[in-house]
Ligand binder design. Structure first.
Ligand code: HEC
Ligand code: HEC
Ligand code: HEC
Ligand code: HEC
Ligand code: HEC
Ligand code: HEC
Ligand code: HEC
Ligand code: HEC
Length: 418
């Protein structure tokens, strides 16, 4: 009798304790993460976590920053027609479009750039702008200029809506809502709206600055890092998310970390140890201040070399080593976790190189009018022509870290072999 009683009372005390700590005190909601209105992050995705009073709030909506870039072939009449349609079809129907920039590369002429932007404020609550009206007009202008290729970049917001608190399957359970957001380099304004049961609309916003190390634009001083894994949050969340064996309502996926950081596993290119759920290879076990990265070592690359010894060997042996590689900052170019770009690069290869070598953006490198993008690499049609078609990003035996045989001509001939 007594043995049965003790565990039950512990649970009751725990629950009482848990609910009193967790009370919203008549506030309709509370943002748990980020805990500051101006926060700084180093990865292009993060979790927005909010607690809502389910008795007061009917629905919640967050406007997730959204972007896509498409290269549009305009070289023949049929390609022009089908690609215009593709641009429109690729975009989700409820997207609120903020900015469309179109740039084109006509034959032997300077680049054309056109940009239309739509301030979010005017669009809030609207259904969105039909892309047809805008990018088609821009592409039409480019056609008249005989452009062969255009790249269309669309920035906007994709609203995520959460209803039916208590019953919902996604976005956590009960009164916690967590939305994975993907971010653009620089400032991201995150708008959110809550509708009360009486139909009142509460809206607010916060700014998250995604600091790409290669970008010269640093986050303004008032932005600070917001640490999530503090004892208070972990107690609240890990009652359900930690320790699979003790959890009874077993809806959460197998890995503890994955149950919340699942969005990083869904990227196109996921780093080996992340895919294997081995966060601890690079993050310390939890302390009172959370899972800090283990980079007390002098050079962060030491952690990478534990598994990538071929890169370590190359740095030691090759004649020419690229400056940022020498300094051991591998994550300046690679995300340690995941990315939508191959090799977990933090941006497209050319964007990464041009962030530090913007003088090579003039279309005249290495020889006048030479393209460096929007073409196939003749040696491997599966790969796009880019800076790395001619340069090794890490090291090489050849001057200017060129990727292939010594001197100009062997390199040129590897693609222009006739
Ligand atoms: C209950 C959900 C949850 C679980 C489980 C969880 N995390 Fe997190 N974690 C978050 C949230 C929310 C953030 C802050 C938002 C972000 O950075 O994406 C975060 C941030 C982090 C950070 C950045 C530093 C910080 O504290 O803000 C690290 C590192 C981290 N998590 C590692 C881990 C590791 C390793 C595990 C598994 C042992 C884990 N997390 C499990 C929710 C969780
Ligand atoms: C009452 C138990 C419970 C508590 C407390 C809880 N969670 Fe969850 N959470 C769940 C369950 C169950 C799921 C799985 C939902 C599904 O995928 O069906 C989940 C899923 C998630 C997910 C992944 C789905 C999504 O929302 O994108 C995240 C992130 C998350 N929770 C974060 C948190 C954070 C952060 C806290 C603390 C502030 C927390 N949870 C507290 C039960 C809980
Ligand atoms: C190969 C090493 C490595 C592995 C494996 C790794 N991390 Fe990290 N993580 C880092 C580094 C380095 C940072 C510091 C920020 C940066 O450079 O992106 C970091 C930062 C983070 C952050 C904070 C990002 C921000 O915006 O500041 C989160 C969240 C995180 N890690 C979660 C995880 C989770 C969850 C796992 C396992 C699924 C994991 N990490 C596995 C190296 C790693
Ligand atoms: C625990 C071992 C481990 C550590 C530590 C590690 N990696 Fe990896 N890495 C892997 C594995 C495994 C793969 C997948 C290899 C494959 O798919 O061929 C991989 C793949 C990669 C790739 C993509 C390679 C490809 O061919 O697609 C890059 C880039 C990379 N790692 C960079 C890093 C960086 C930068 C660090 C340090 C922050 C690091 N790795 C730390 C194990 C590790
Ligand atoms: C200047 C940017 C930059 C830095 C710094 C950098 N890399 Fe890379 N890395 C790249 C690019 C670009 C590629 C893709 C090459 C390609 O497209 O073939 C790559 C590819 C890789 C690959 C997969 C292909 C291979 O060569 O095995 C690994 C592994 C890798 N990097 C690890 C590292 C490690 C470890 C460091 C730190 C010592 C590092 N990188 C530093 C830009 C960089
Ligand atoms: C974080 C900044 C940074 C990034 C990103 C970067 N570089 Fe560099 N790069 C440097 C620095 C610094 C030097 C050495 C100083 C110089 O020669 O300008 C250098 C030198 C070079 C050189 C001349 C090397 C020599 O031996 O003469 C080439 C070629 C080069 N980079 C190509 C690239 C390519 C290709 C990429 C993209 C994969 C890239 N860089 C990305 C900073 C960067
Ligand atoms: C078609 C091959 C090719 C492509 C593509 C290419 N390069 Fe080069 N690059 C060269 C050659 C060849 C040299 C050596 C020029 C010399 O020695 O005069 C060179 C030299 C360089 C140098 C060092 C000398 C200097 O002029 O400062 C840098 C830095 C550089 N390239 C960066 C880049 C970047 C960044 C990109 C992508 C935007 C790029 N390269 C794309 C072939 C190429
Ligand atoms: C990685 C493959 C590659 C390498 C290496 C390369 N090229 Fe090219 N080159 C291209 C591609 C792709 C085009 C565009 C062909 C097209 O659009 O039909 C091009 C176009 C050209 C053009 C025509 C430019 C124009 O549009 O008027 C010249 C001239 C040229 N290359 C010279 C060189 C020289 C000189 C070198 C050596 C320094 C070199 N290329 C190395 C891939 C390469």
């Amino acid at each position: 009798m007594l043995r049965k009683f003790i565990p039950v009372s512990i649970i009751v005390i725990f629950l009482l304790n848990f609910t009193t700590n967790d009370k919203l005190d008549k506030q309709p909601y509370r943002v748990i993460h980020p805990n500051t209105k101006l926060s700084k992050v180093e990865e292009d995705r993060f979790l927005f976590v909010i607690q809502v009073d389910t008795l007061q709030i009917k629905s919640f909506k967050v406007f997730n920053p959204w972007d896509t870039t498409m290269v549009v072939d305009l070289s023949s009449p049929s390609a022009r027609k089908s690609n215009n349609e593709k641009v429109a079809a690729i975009l989700p129907p409820n997207l609120i479009i903020g900015k469309i920039s179109v740039s084109a590369e006509p034959f032997h002429q300077p680049l054309i750039n056109k940009e239309d932007s739509f301030p979010f404020e005017k669009q809030a609550g609207a259904k969105g702008i039909l892309l047809k009206d805008t990018s088609l007009a821009s592409i039409k202008i480019l056609r008249e200029q005989n452009a062969l290729l255009a790249s269309v970049k669309v920035l906007g917001w994709l609203p995520v809506e959460v209803n039916n608190f208590g019953k919902r399957k996604n976005y956590c359970q009960n009164d916690i809502i967590s939305i994975p957001l993907s971010l653009e380099p620089g400032k991201n304004a995150i708008h959110y709206e809550l509708e009360t049961k009486e139909g009142k609309l509460i809206s607010d916003s916060l700014n998250v600055y995604y600091q790409l190390e290669i970008e010269s634009k640093k986050a303004p001083d008032e932005y600070s890092k917001s640490i999530f894994h503090i004892a208070e949050n972990d107690t609240r969340c890990f009652s359900c998310h930690e320790n699979e064996n003790e959890r009874k309502s077993s809806v959460i996926s197998p890995s503890t970390c994955q149950s919340c950081h699942g969005s990083m596993y869904k990227e196109n290119f996921v780093h080996g140890p992340v895919d294997a759920g081995q966060c601890e290879t690079c993050h310390n076990q939890q302390t009172s201040s959370g899972f800090k990265p283990k980079f007390e070592v002098e050079k962060e690359s030491e952690v990478c070399f534990e598994c990538h010894d071929d890169i370590k060997e190359g740095i030691a042996k090759k004649k020419f080593v690229h400056a940022p590689v020498v300094s051991g900052k591998c994550t300046i170019c690679h995300s340690p976790h995941a990315s939508k770009h191959e090799f977990q690069l933090r941006n497209s290869t050319n964007q990464i190189c041009l962030a530090c070598h913007d003088d090579k953006n003039d279309g005249n490198h290495p020889v006048i009018f030479h393209p460096f993008q929007n073409r196939k690499d003749q040696r491997n049609p599966k790969r796009e022509l880019n800076c790395v078609s001619c340069h090794n990003p890490h090291f090489s035996e050849f001057k200017s870290i060129l990727s292939s045989a010594d001197g100009y001509f062997a390199l040129c001939q590897s693609c222009h072999n006739k």
